[in-house]
Design a protein around this ligand. Structure first.
Ligand code: IPD
Ligand code: CA
Ligand code: CA
Length: 255
């Protein structure tokens, strides 16, 4: 397992350098309305892929920017978001990250989220806990929804009629605050670090979540669907909290 987490961290650091190097010269394209991509996304994915493929040529790879290298004979698959928070990156809003998860037989076993702006490396290995720059991570102690800092990811191009927006509005009076920050991967890392008490979304892709879910679980938190049932990164339905009563209270409010 050590070689996997070390490789994931090294790949994420290399991608972080790429993102920094491109930060003053990228051009922006729209994949669809408000769904942005830059040369930095592509270059960072290439660096991660080349590095990890060099180390683990038999593994499968799945990345946001058109990376689909299936290896049916291998139980391992890397799930990669080279830049989570592209809109923030484009605007110079310093809240974005590199996210890398490793699955073994469809189960996440290693996860890293790297914030190159703050040089923060969040890492987790199944059964061994989560760390931030090598220090153990623990979620917040808060048990009161009324005192909670929550975060939600809404669909990229959304509208007032969107059920996700209605859900967001419904929750507002129940929490201390609800933010929409633009990087699902960092939101998960922040739940693990105790900076956020809970995060939910119904519009994420596997690569948005693969690096961060294990961070939450290994920091003592809980990840389920919004109705409290078992979570899978293959479905866009995630509720991640510090694992306190806040989790069940949110499930009740979403119901
Ligand atoms: C986006 C971010 C955002 C979420 C979007 C994602 P990207 O990822 O995670 O928080 O609301 O749904 O697409 O496009 O910046 O990698
Ligand atoms: Ca993403
Ligand atoms: Ca991305």
């Amino acid at each position: 397992m050590l070689e996997f987490i070390q490789a994931a961290e090294e790949a994420a650091r290399r991608a972080g350098q790429v993102l920094r190097a491109w930060s003053s010269k990228f051009t922006v394209s729209e994949k669809s309305r408000s769904n942005l991509v830059t040369e930095a996304d592509l270059a960072a994915q290439q660096v991660i892929h080349e590095f990890l493929r060099g180390r683990f040529p038999q593994h499968g790879f799945h990345g946001e920017e058109g990376l689909n290298e299936e290896r049916p004979d291998s139980p391992y698959r890397w799930v990669i978001d080279p830049l989570d928070g592209t809109t923030n990156y484009v605007h110079g809003f310093p809240y974005y990250a590199v996210s890398i998860g490793l699955e073994c037989e469809q189960k996440l076993i290693v996860g890293v989220v790297f914030d190159p702006t703050r040089d923060e490396m969040f890492s987790a290995v199944r059964g061994s806990g989560a760390t931030l720059n090598r220090r153990p991570l623990k979620g917040s102690d808060n048990t009161e929804l009324g005192q909670a800092m929550l975060v939600a990811s809404l669909p990229v191009a959304t509208s007032a009629e969107d059920p996700a927006v209605k859900r967001f509005l419904k929750l507002i009076p129940h929490a201390q605050t609800i933010q929409r920050t633009g990087s699902a991967a960092l939101n998960l890392a922040y739940v693990a670090a105790g900076r956020v008490d809970g995060f939910w979304s119904t519009s994420l892709k596997p690569w948005d979540m693969a690096g961060g879910v294990l961070l939450v679980e290994e920091s003592g938190g809980r990840v389920t669907r919004l109705d409290g049932s078992a979570f899978s990164i293959e479905e866009p339905n995630l509720l991640a909290t510090n694992g306190s009563d806040i989790h069940q209270e949110l499930v009740g409010l979403f119901g």
